[in-house]
Design a protein around this ligand. Sequence first.
Ligand SMILES: O=C(O)CCC(=O)C(=O)O
Length: 320
Amino acid sequence: MQETLSTAFQPESPLSVPRLQAHEIHPEAFLQTYVIPGRPVVISGLLDGEPNWDLDFLIQHLGDRTFPVRKYGRDRYQQDKRDWQDMGSGVALRSMPFAEYADLIRSGEAYEQDLYLGRCGLGGTPLADAPVFQKSEAVLGLKGSMTPLNLWCGPAGHTSCLHYDPLDGTLTQLYGTKHIILFPPSQLYNLHPFSVWNHLIYGLRRRAVYSQVYPDRPDFEAFPRYRKALAQRYDVMLHAGEILFIPSCWWHEVTSIGTGMVCSVNRWWNVPLGRSLRTWSKWRAHIGSLLALPHIAWDLLSVLPATARKHKLKALIQRL
Ligand SMILES: O=C(O)CCC(=O)C(=O)O
């Protein structure tokens, strides 16, 4: 299988995210130290005894379920992001049963075309209520989940580009390793985000929560403020059995490393009110979504008379 592309640029001294062992955690202390202020943290030892979520395990539990697979295309990362017409959940989708996608991973085609199974809800599948998640969420004292569990799975070498989410997230690593670059919300403008006005033209295909910078191949001439952001860069290697708490509006770029398949599950959580109100990035994301509404309404209207209406509606909902 393929090796991950080597990176051309290394920051001088990235910061590191604190790590906790499951037995050290008290839910109230976790809430006060990490959730209320919004600090990222890696937790180990909560998934001990969990079976390997390798391809055979996933085929056994999800093989006949159909998922929307994102078609990124491998040459995308050679392009200037300002030329991108879509990103994240806005990219073109191809629906297929998980077993078929697994074949594409095994044959190397998923790597060649950068086909990624991103943010696929596990609701209604045999893995939806896997006890391991209930146990780990209870230990962390997390309450107010806003979404079901989502699967993020694909070939090593895939990168989910630098972006932020308006909700708190827990990313649970189940197979393989992901390299995650993080920046705090304070670096919003130093990361040169796409403008919110993009949403008027592109709807949710080009999002204001994405950065125009490649953090490991920066074009300092085009994006000079990125130099300042580097002083606030954190790097994490998230291994199978570890959970990363990503507070709302923390920027993250996630790269699957090594060889073969890499798999995680995430969930998003309500943000404590005080932090939610004072984080401008969150408001900005919501303003972007509001500006996208006319475009979404237009997409909906144009889908209604279409022949493959059900399929196109599904693709639209996946983007939201
Ligand atoms: O694992 C990935 O590829 C991306 C995950 C992500 O963006 C998240 O958990 O918020």
